[in-house]
Design a protein around this ligand. Structure first.
Ligand SMILES: NC(=O)c1ccc[n+]([C@@H]2O[C@H](COP(=O)([O-])OP(=O)(O)OC[C@H]3O[C@@H](n4cnc5c(N)ncnc54)[C@H](OP(=O)(O)O)[C@@H]3O)[C@@H](O)[C@H]2O)c1
Length: 299
């Protein structure tokens, strides 16, 4: 099958390309610049989700039969500073991808976020009504609708607090916990943000299974299975890596942040657990795999 991935240099997209390249599918990896992934059995195309047409053109030329749309402007505070860019990439980019899938009759899974919820009553199920706050959250919610309206058979896979130990993957809260505690530095973590997390490799595997092995329509929560606050997440990372050191609890209201953060967030994942072979991981198993990825970095 001809399978395309947007956001291919990203945490989730990179894992998806790696998994697909080992699967025998014909794979097109799409990123906004040069490829930063290890070489493998895929082709690379540069295209900008924010320019109105180039990703759509690339997908049509490839003749995509299935598309994992994992590209997005993901820096929530940068989105707040530049709403036009956030709109172009997260709404316009999703629209481009959806238009191409509609024209080609391609299966689509669009990746989205727990931030579509306002964080007053989490953890949330797929049936809960979104109420996004802030530019990132609102553009992601509109991106979901672009996909769901233009490609009614598509699925939206929501993830949260993505992390990866893969060589070359970008820094995240989880990798910063490891690096800072290893250097003997303190880690500051929000004590009042209840979240789900997502090991990128497992989130990508769930989204790919959803894309290629199911006809599921609508939203599915494809994060890890455990909901916890960020201090607890940092503690679990430290324990898994055998690191001691100070984890300093911080309250969200005491830090100057541009974009609002959902406080009682988190995603319920029972539906994905029932539907998919690849299961949402309990946090201890997710972190065991994260450490294994980390250890392979230098190898
Ligand atoms: N990261 C999280 O904690 C998180 C949480 C909830 C939901 N999500 C969602 O999960 C999905 C995957 O994100 P991720 O975690 O893999 O984050 P990521 O590592 O930031 O990946 C996003 C990718 O999109 C690419 N991109 C940004 N602007 C683009 C543009 N104008 N044209 C083409 N590509 C562009 C980025 O390119 P560069 O690599 O060149 O920057 C990056 O590779 C997104 O839909 C995101 O909203 C992420």
């Amino acid at each position: 099958m001809r399978v395309a991935v947007t956001g291919a240099n990203g945490l989730l997209g990179g894992e998806a390309v790696a998994a697909l390249a080992a699967s025998g599918h014909e794979v097109l990896a799409i990123g906004r610049g040069p490829c930063r992934l290890p070489p493998g059995a895929y082709r690379w195309a540069e295209a900008d989700l924010g320019d109105g047409a180039s990703v759509e053109r690339v997908l049509r030329e490839f003749g995509a039969e299935a598309v994992l749309h994992a590209g997005a402007a993901t820096d929530v505070d940068a989105c707040e500073r530049d709403p036009e860019l956030a709109w172009r990439v997260n709404v316009g980019g999703s629209e481009q991808v959806a238009r191409a899938c509609r024209a080609l009759g391609a299966r689509l899974v669009a990746v989205s976020t727990d931030y579509v919820f306002d964080g007053t009553a989490g953890p949330y199920s797929e049936d809960d009504v979104p109420n996004p706050r802030g530019v990132y959250a609102r553009t992601k919610r509109c991106g979901e609708e672009a996909a769901l309206v233009l490609v009614p058979d598509c699925a939206v896979g929501r993830v949260a607090v993505v992390y990866s130990g893969r060589q070359g993957a970008k820094a995240t809260f989880a990798t910063q916990v490891v690096e800072k505690l290893s250097r003997g530095e303190k880690v500051h973590a929000f004590s009042d943000q209840l979240v789900s997390t997502t090991l990128a490799a497992n989130g990508a595997a769930m989204c790919l299974e959803l894309l290629l092995e199911t006809t599921y329509r609508g939203v599915l929560h494809t994060s890890d299975a455990t909901v916890l606050d960020r201090v607890e997440f940092a503690r679990r990372v430290a324990t898994e890596f055998g690191l001691s050191g100070e984890i300093v609890p911080v309250r969200t209201a005491d830090v100057k942040l541009l974009a609002p953060r959902p406080l009682r967030g988190g995603l319920r994942t029972e539906r994905a657990a029932a539907l998919l072979r690849t299961k949402p991981l309990p946090i201890d198993e997710a972190l065991r795999r994260f450490r294994a990825e980390w250890q392979r970095r230098g190898a």
